[in-house]
Design a protein around this ligand. Structure first.
Ligand code: P6P
Length: 335
């Protein structure tokens, strides 16, 4: 008799009690993300068939062309979160400023805020490469009932109560943590349910895959250059394999399963890096640590960085613990 796999809905309810703030609100919030994921997945999977491919003509605050599917995913996640009346604030890569939800409603007691990258890697959409949604959840800092402020969003990653991603790949998966390990759920599109397919995911402590855009090599700090040459050197279990999809969620997901390291270093005079701290690096770093991996900006633990701006960027080194340790050693040595 095949063991009946637990659905995501059953898992959320069953584990609600283990969650120290088990008010049921977080379960409802995770269920709203589950619903939005299915809606977006449906559109992503047929993107090639309907006219939502290609840029919407707008440009987001990152100065990046907004792909129509970006806009669609952003709207769907924001709408679903607001309709469920569970959150008091939302920040999105696609929104210049944060959104205060129902702050005028005096009996509005919602205490969670959500930061989201609704469709990360969207430049991959029109070439049929997997993309993802990344989410990060905090309890608000300011008093319940008052309008949220920027301070509610500029919390250290160590304050997250939950984080996760949806990867719209060969299969669609939702992977998340509430601080008690990482669990992965695979969508059965025929019936629209997510099933527990990857319980208690753990990074292999070592790996042989490195993921970086080597086209930026000449602009990398010397320590990163030295580490990349180390990865490529014929010695011991090296050279490692280079695997870079150009979609953070997909590269991270593969590395968590197989072992590996993802790097997005500083590579321009203007910016400290490309990835955004609040809705890319913090949630991915929370997952990495919960899976016994590691995440830093090359020197400082990502979850300890005090944010100063909603869309700030940081250098990012994340993956198998021994590989991140080695990379950080090269960076310190080069300083
Ligand atoms: P590049 C996608 O735009 C993204 O934010 C990550 O998902 C991805 O890893 C990275 O940027 C790709 O950036 O400069 O290598 O194309």
């Amino acid at each position: 008799m095949a063991h009946k796999k637990q659905t995501l809905g059953e898992f959320i309810i069953e584990n609600q009690t283990s969650f120290k703030y088990s008010s049921g609100e977080l379960s409802s919030l995770l269920n709203s993300i589950r619903l939005a994921a299915k809606v977006v997945n449906h559109e992503v999977n047929k993107a090639g068939l309907v006219d939502i491919i290609g840029a919407s003509g707008d440009v987001n605050i990152q100065g990046e062309d907004q792909q129509k599917l970006d806009v669609y995913a952003n709207i769907k996640f924001i709408q679903t979160l607001i309709n469920r009346n569970i959150v008091c604030g939302i920040a999105s890569e696609e929104e210049d400023d944060f959104i205060s939800v129902n702050s005028q409603d005096e009996n509005h007691q919602n205490k969670y805020i959500v930061l989201i990258d609704p469709l990360d890697g969207s430049s991959n959409i029109d070439v049929n490469v997997s993309v993802g949604t990344i989410f990060s959840i905090y309890r608000r800092k300011t008093p319940v009932g008052s309008p949220v402020t920027l301070d509610d969003f500029l919390q250290k990653g160590s304050q997250q109560v939950a984080a996760g991603y949806i990867v719209y790949g060969t299969s669609t998966m939702l992977v998340y943590t509430t601080g008690d390990g990482v669990n992965g759920f695979t969508l059965n599109p025929a019936i629209g349910s997510f099933y527990l397919s990857h319980p208690n995911m753990k990074f292999p402590i070592d790996g042989k895959i490195y993921s970086v855009n080597e086209g930026n090599y000449t602009h990398f700090p010397q320590g990163i250059k030295n580490y990349i040459k180390y990865c490529q050197k014929e010695e011991g279990d090296r050279p490692y394999t280079s695997r870079y999809i150009g979609s953070l969620v997909s590269d991270f997901h593969r590395n968590m399963i197989k072992g590996g390291i993802y790097l997005y270093p500083k590579c321009s005079l203007l910016e400290p890096g490309k990835l955004r701290l609040l809705y890319e690096c913090n949630p991915i770093a929370f997952l990495a640590e919960q899976a016994d991996g590691k995440a830093s900006d090359g020197l400082t633990r990502i979850l300890d960085i005090q944010p100063t701006e909603l869309h700030q960027r940081v250098p990012f080194v994340c993956g198998s613990k021994n590989m991140v340790d080695k990379c950080e050693a090269f960076i310190r040595e080069a300083q």
